[in-house]
Design a protein around this ligand. Sequence first.
Ligand SMILES: *[C@@H]1O[C@H](CO)[C@@H](O)[C@H](O)[C@H]1NC(C)=O
Ligand SMILES: *[C@@H]1O[C@H](CO)[C@@H](O)[C@H](O)[C@H]1NC(C)=O
Ligand SMILES: *[C@@H]1O[C@H](CO)[C@@H](O)[C@H](O)[C@H]1NC(C)=O
Ligand SMILES: *[C@@H]1O[C@H](CO)[C@@H](O)[C@H](O)[C@H]1NC(C)=O
Ligand SMILES: *[C@@H]1O[C@H](CO)[C@@H](O)[C@H](O)[C@H]1NC(C)=O
Ligand SMILES: *[C@@H]1O[C@H](CO)[C@@H](O)[C@H](O)[C@H]1NC(C)=O
Length: 340
Amino acid sequence: MTSTSLITFFLILALSLSTLPIPSFSELCNPQDKQVLLKLKNQLGNPTQLVSWDSSTDCCNPTWQGVTCDEYNKTYRIIILSLSDLNLPKLCPIPSSIGNLPFLQILEIRNIPNLVGPIPLAITNLTKLNYLYITHTNISSSIPEFISRIQTIVTINFSYNKLSGELPSSLSQLPNLVGISFNDNFLSGTIPESYGSFSNLFTSITLERNQLSGNIPATLAKLNLSFVDLSSNRFEGDASVFFGSEKNTQQIILAKNKLAFDLGKVELSSNLNTLDIRNNYIYGKLPEGLTALKYLHKLNVSYNNLCGEIPQGGNLQRFDVYSYQHNKCLCGSPLPSCKT
Ligand SMILES: *[C@@H]1O[C@H](CO)[C@@H](O)[C@H](O)[C@H]1NC(C)=O
Ligand SMILES: *[C@@H]1O[C@H](CO)[C@@H](O)[C@H](O)[C@H]1NC(C)=O
Ligand SMILES: *[C@@H]1O[C@H](CO)[C@@H](O)[C@H](O)[C@H]1NC(C)=O
Ligand SMILES: *[C@@H]1O[C@H](CO)[C@@H](O)[C@H](O)[C@H]1NC(C)=O
Ligand SMILES: *[C@@H]1O[C@H](CO)[C@@H](O)[C@H](O)[C@H]1NC(C)=O
Ligand SMILES: *[C@@H]1O[C@H](CO)[C@@H](O)[C@H](O)[C@H]1NC(C)=O
């Protein structure tokens, strides 16, 4: 372009801007949200996986990886942020700026090895958040009590991190909480008594592969859990609180602990499909009711102190000897028959 044609071009541009109505194209993205995302990207060291977060494009454009705006109610505020599979150029904490996306309903942070440090207080600013997932990162420190200030939370998943310290007792104050997954961390201490007062909605607790210990509070008997996985911890004593014929329990996984209680006294949910209590000190007989469980497809009671004849019938003989081996005096098919 020559300089005269350039001048003509700008002249026409200036004229059209002053005479034409406001262009119909305008960015849907809320400018504050966009600014927060660009700051977040910068604070994370501009990882190559976020190259699509380009200030010259609309952040509600589907090209912006992991960003979803509210198109349903046409507020175009960011409601879902998914930061996953990022290679950060250096170690980095979760930026506090994340708390400045006040319309977020789902926050997912997954598989970011260089993400370190504690969970920031700023997330308590996310007052519409329903789902909080931070998994497969190197974040550490304890699970903060302040999470319970986000009253809208439905599900928390902090599995596969380096979280330590005790379970926050205040979580029972969350009125909509349905489930927590804190497996594969370094959590220690006992399950808080307060967890017996989770709301009726609460159905899922997974705490496997931590360093949790002590007795399971009797208050937990009140819960109607569908999924329980406490395996590979140091729990001891009675875990019969998770059983009950009136409950809707589908999976009970208590393997690899130091639990000791009379299994012969528990009643079983008819929906039970998985019972894995291997490697404990559980005693008594196998409950006769196991034969009535239509959906039972995974059973392992090996390496306990169980005794007596394996009930015959239902799905029980579909499991092989490895599901029953190494007990005190369990006998009958598929194990050798009982000596009479
Ligand atoms: C849209 O608005 C309704 C009513 O306020 C609300 O219940 C719903 O959660 C909103 N949806 C989104 C995606 O924000
Ligand atoms: C934690 O950091 C180490 C070292 O960088 C890495 O090998 C590992 O994958 C990280 N863990 C997770 C869960 O990201
Ligand atoms: C929460 O947001 C307010 C204003 O939006 C801000 O002043 C405050 O610093 C934020 N809190 C945290 C902990 O980031
Ligand atoms: C929690 O996240 C982990 C890792 O992404 C996943 O494997 C697990 O299924 C999630 N837990 C629940 C209860 O959804
Ligand atoms: C447990 O929940 C199921 C449905 O989810 C319900 O049918 C059952 O009555 C509940 N049991 C108790 C003891 O609350
Ligand atoms: C049951 O657990 C034992 C002990 O950990 C293990 O050796 C065996 O393979 C398991 N059986 C099944 C069927 O998973």
